[in-house]
Design a protein around this ligand. Structure first.
Ligand code: 13P
Ligand code: SF4
Length: 310
């Protein structure tokens, strides 16, 4: 993908942005936007960031309504952390196939096989899985959290690539789960080598959901929240960014004096959130996230334990 100028919006999009800003005021709503969203979503967001930052914001807000421009596990996390708020997800198409790869039945089986192991679940899991976990983590804090636990064995789920990355950084025994994010997992070393050939001076930044062969070629491995920091502090002018390509657009906005290149690699779940759906969501209160009280209480313990680390 070639370097592009910062996005300009058409008249219709500008109108919708203004309508959302007005509706947001009327409803005393806060809009939380993940880095992978489209650039117009940055304009309506009270906060744009990574999974960890979004969780913190959801825990701290005093708004009546939290609208999530992200995916369902993020909205569920907001509901768990702020159970008295109305939490809205503009479309139920915004799921996550990685989160769906861990089921409570399978986790119960694995726990039985490893009774002394702690369960560390990536936030990319359903609320049911969080409720069965000792602690949650994101790509930003996974290694730190695993290292802090007294247990020698860790069941790490659901992402096998992030799990392998954590295993390479810790002395603990990591029991991997066979889940993956198809957006990251489909990329391989040959593709990256081709892109590097075209941009030989570029430093490579890769998300830890990528395969090991990609991470081995990277100059820096981090979650979406660490990418701008690395690009700002590194002396290079050009960067190849290996993650969902919304992040590349975000970096072009945040670090305008540097060049960012990537594959056009889209997460359809993230991109199912559109401005007209956000308008509908604020007007008709759809789709409200609800969770059973017992799940909220148990999952909250795992999320609170994660947030204590930061
Ligand atoms: P982070 O923003 O925490 O790096 O997560 C990326 C992701 O895959 C979200 O689905
Ligand atoms: Fe899920 Fe991957 Fe999309 Fe993130 S990028 S929401 S992990 S499918």
């Amino acid at each position: 993908m070639e370097q592009q100028a910062i996005t300009k919006f058409d008249e219709q999009t500008e109108k919708l942005i203004n309508l959302v800003l007005e509706l947001k005021k009327q409803r005393n709503a806060v809009i939380l936007v993940h880095n992978y969203q489209k650039p117009e979503m940055y304009k309506i967001g009270d906060y744009v960031g990574d999974s960890l930052g979004l969780s913190k914001q959801a825990a701290e807000t005093d708004a009546d309504v939290i609208l999530f421009c992200g995916v369902k596990f993020m909205a569920e996390t907001a509901k768990i952390l702020s159970p008295d708020k109305t939490v809205l997800l503009p479309t139920l198409d915004a799921g996550c196939s990685l989160a769906d790869m861990a089921t409570p039945e399978k986790l119960a089986e694995v726990k039985k096989m490893h009774p002394d192991a702690a369960v560390v679940s990536y936030v990319n899991t359903t609320a049911d899985i969080k409720a069965m976990s000792d602690v949650c983590c994101t790509s930003m804090n996974a290694v730190k959290i695993v290292d802090s636990l007294p247990n020698e064995e860790i069941i790490f789920l659901p992402d096998r690539n992030l799990g392998r990355y954590v295993a390479s950084k810790t002395k603990k025994k990591i029991i991997l789960w066979d889940g993956y994010c198809f957006v990251h997992d489909k990329l391989n070393a040959t593709m990256l080598a081709d892109l590097k050939k075209k941009n030989p001076n570029a430093k490579i930044i890769a998300h830890p959901e990528c395969k090991d062969e990609i991470l081995k070629m990277a100059d820096h491995v981090c979650g979406t929240g660490g990418m701008a920091k690395f690009a700002n502090s590194n002396g290079a002018k050009d960067f190849i960014v290996i993650t969902e390509c919304g992040m590349t657009e975000k970096l072009r906005e945040d670090v305008p004096n540097k060049n960012f290149y990537s594959f056009c690699n889209i997460c359809p779940y993230m991109k199912s959130i559109t401005m007209p759906l956000v308008v509908q969501s604020l007007i008709h209160n759809q789709h409200e996230i609800t969770l059973p009280q017992d799940i909220i209480v148990k999952a909250r313990k795992a999320l609170d334990r994660m947030l204590e680390f930061n």
